[in-house]
Design a protein around this ligand. Sequence first.
Ligand code: 1HE
Length: 269
Amino acid sequence: MTRSFKPAAGMLAQLDLLQVSHAGAVTHVRLYRPAKRNALNDPMIRQLHSCFVNLPPATRAVVLSGEGEHFCAGLDLSELVERDAGEGVLHSRMWHAAFDQIQFGAVPVVAVLHGAVVGGGLELASSCHIRVTEESTYYGLPEGQRGIFLGGGGSVRITRLMGVARVTDLMMTGRVYDAEEGRQAGLSQYVVPDGDGLAKGIELAERIATNAPMSNYAVMHALPRIADQSMTEGLLTESLMAAVAESNPEAKQRLRAFLDKRAGKVVKR
Ligand code: 1HE
């Protein structure tokens, strides 16, 4: 880790199922329910929502990780037993609100995954913008075996990442993907050795935080909407978003810096 992270203050310090710390422009949110493998109960979903609404003001990028042996065991199954249909809809919508706040919030989110990333844990990861996985990572959608269905946005987000056929396979057959299979299927962008995930996630978040905020905003908010639109609507949205981004004073400064040979070139690795 390149910087020392300090615990967040105020309401973020009150969240008992998350550990929130920050260093400069990067905020680190860690799922903190290791005894239950970070299974997502109602308080944890509410805390995620509050956390992403109330990020420290200096935040320009977030890293999301999980404490303990696994990133996240998905929905807390002990909560399901007593719920009726109406309560089920509201419960699912609560997850949607929290994960929408992550995907369509103020700043990009880099998920650092390890161990089990299953069910709702994969739904949570898929609401982030970049996924870094340690080699220990494995993915499953055991909803089929549990007699339930996706409810945290996975039928929308995971299918967009890996396709309907692969999601069908994971859900119907109980197939489990390892870290590399997940990367090849589109679930993650990076695979790193065990123990290196957080440093890689922070490195990427620090890099992302140096972009113009309006460019990051356009990538987060316009790209997925354009992918959902028809070609003609998408092209118009692109033009509008491009014009907004280009007219920002920061864009003008950055373009001038390149033309004056004060900015870095794109170089081969
Ligand atoms: C849990 C949960 C949970 C663990 N809800 N309590 N998700 C699943 O179907 C995954 C279920 N969990 C597992 O398969 C395994 O627990 C793990 C592979 C994630 C981890 O295994 P392991 O050996 O490290 O831990 P463990 O001993 O199984 O679990 C430790 C404790 O966590 C234990 O409780 P304890 O009181 O006996 O110590 C487990 O009961 C508890 N625990 N996972 C509740 N998920 C919006 S719709 C989303 C739908 C879904 O997410 S479906 C997928 C649910």
